[in-house]
Design a protein around this ligand. Structure first.
Ligand SMILES: Nc1ncnc2c1ncn2[C@@H]1O[C@H](COP(=O)(O)OP(=O)(O)OP(=O)(O)O)[C@@H](O)[C@H]1O
Length: 255
């Protein structure tokens, strides 16, 4: 299993002069949530951690080695990214798309193996996509497409998951199912980071939180220490009421 580390990391957000350098590591078995208002840089951070965007300062290390010094194939195998925005460049069915998760493990022109197909079948079943397997992705609903994206990463089975608002478009039952899936991945020793707007999902499932403020300030640490109502109110500029429900902290807008 692998660890992903941000070292003196300042992300490149247009128009922002500076920011607190980020120094944290997502260890195997941990589930991190990134919280912050719209436009604060959550997606930018996720893309920077994935090596898709250069940082302004500092570096990202995979198992102690800076991402630019890692082979692209190794990164493609180790890092699984659930993107917030997706484009259907080519017409492809649900099962063809989910099978793409195995491509980092294939040589050019190599045929997918029976094991690759088995992993795809299992991911389709896990995300309740079996009945949609032969449908074109371009013809699916928003929530169905979101589940296809997650199934693709499940098929990839990376050591590190980077998921940008993975519960977007999902109904309540599927939100819970996806958070359970991510917690299960962490429970199996993978490192998981997700950007999330729903404080209550974060409070229930994340063991670590990273709070990004619009002025470039940031704080991070174990979830219990981060779920301070005053800090969250300042984060969102929104008064909150918090309560304890079934052992979990719940937050609702105060007005
Ligand atoms: N290609 C781009 N060119 C210029 N500015 C950009 C570009 N991409 C993002 N930005 C800006 O960078 C800032 C951070 O964007 P980012 O998408 O990382 O925010 P976010 O926290 O993920 O927001 P949201 O919660 O709305 O998804 C925003 O102000 C955004 O407008």
């Amino acid at each position: 299993m692998s660890r992903l580390e941000a070292k003196g990391l300042v992300i490149e957000v247009p128009g922002r002069d500076s920011g607190r350098p980020l120094d944290f590591a997502i260890e195997p078995g941990q589930l991190w949530g990134v919280l912050g208002p719209n436009g604060v840089g959550k997606t930018t951070l996720l893309h920077t951690l994935a090596g898709l965007k250069a940082p302004r300062l500092g570096e990202v290390l995979l198992d102690g080695t800076p991402l630019p010094r890692r082979r692209r194939k190794r990164l493609a195998q180790a890092l699984g990214v659930v993107f917030q925005e997706r484009q259907d460049g080519f017409p492809a069915t649900v099962s063809e798309t989910v099978l793409i998760g195995r491509h980092p493990f294939l040589s050019p022109w190599q045929q997918e193996s029976a094991e690759d197909l088995r992993l795809t079948e299992a991911a389709l079943a896990r995300l309740e996509l079996g009945d949609l397997a032969t449908r074109l992705v371009s013809q699916l609903s928003g929530g169905e497409r979101q589940r296809v994206a997650i199934a693709t990463i499940l098929t990839q089975a990376p050591a590190i998951w980077l998921a940008d608002e993975p519960t977007n478009h999902l109904d309540l039952r599927h939100q819970v199912a996806v958070m359970e899936l991510l917690a299960e991945q962490a429970g199996q020793g993978r490192a998981v980071l997700l950007c999330v707007h729903d404080l209550n999902l974060a409070a229930r499932w994340c063991d670590h939180l990273l709070l990004l403020y619009p002025d470039g300030e940031a704080c991070w640490g174990p979830a219990d220490a981060m779920l301070v109502p005053e800090a969250l109110e300042r984060l969102y500029g929104q008064p909150l009421v918090s309560a304890q429900v079934n052992g979990s902290r719940v937050f609702v807008p105060a007005n």
